[in-house]
Design a protein. Structure first.
Length: 155
């Protein structure tokens, strides 16, 4: 059973390591390596940004396994992102994390739609979002890359 908590300043280096993981960079829309100074400024700003929800997920032994960030774009639209520690990939955590985080967010923001944009070659994320209750809307060009668009909203 997974648990989650809001990210805090003590998570800065862990998030930095996750963000610069080779596979995470490959599946990100900006694949450039992130320098620590830029990450630190970004992370500290996000922690105090009321329109950003950053959740860190832990397993039963309280080991950090991954994170989900949901960023409000306006009152009706939000954008979700996920990353999982390399040691825990392929174990079904993504589906559970996405379900828990999106349901939690939608309870707090019932009129919002959560958008997920996934590169077409990222099949594992595509299936995880589908299993977590996200609905496919269309294929599109997102930030210059052929992508899938999924959404989740309050039923």
């Amino acid at each position: 059973m997974l648990s989650f908590r809001k990210a805090n300043i003590d998570d800065l280096e862990l998030y930095f390591d996750w963000a610069n993981d080779v596979v995470v960079r490959e599946h990100s829309y900006n694949s450039d390596i992130i320098d620590f100074e830029s990450h630190s400024k970004w992370f500290k700003a996000k922690l105090t940004d009321n329109s950003c929800l950053m959740l860190l997920f832990e397993n039963e032994e309280f080991v950090s396994i991954g994170q989900i960030r949901i960023q409000k774009q306006n009152d009706q639209e939000s954008l979700i992102g996920i990353s999982i520690d390399v040691k825990f990939r392929g174990q079904g955590y993504a589906k559970e994390m996405l379900q828990i985080a999106s349901d939690y967010f939608l309870v707090l923001n019932p009129t919002s739609i959560i958008n997920a944009f996934i590169k077409e070659e990222n099949h594992s994320s595509k299936y995880a979002f589908e299993k977590a209750g996200f609905e496919f809307t269309k294929n599109l060009n997102y930030e210059g890359i052929n992508s899938f668009h999924y959404i989740k909203k309050t039923k």
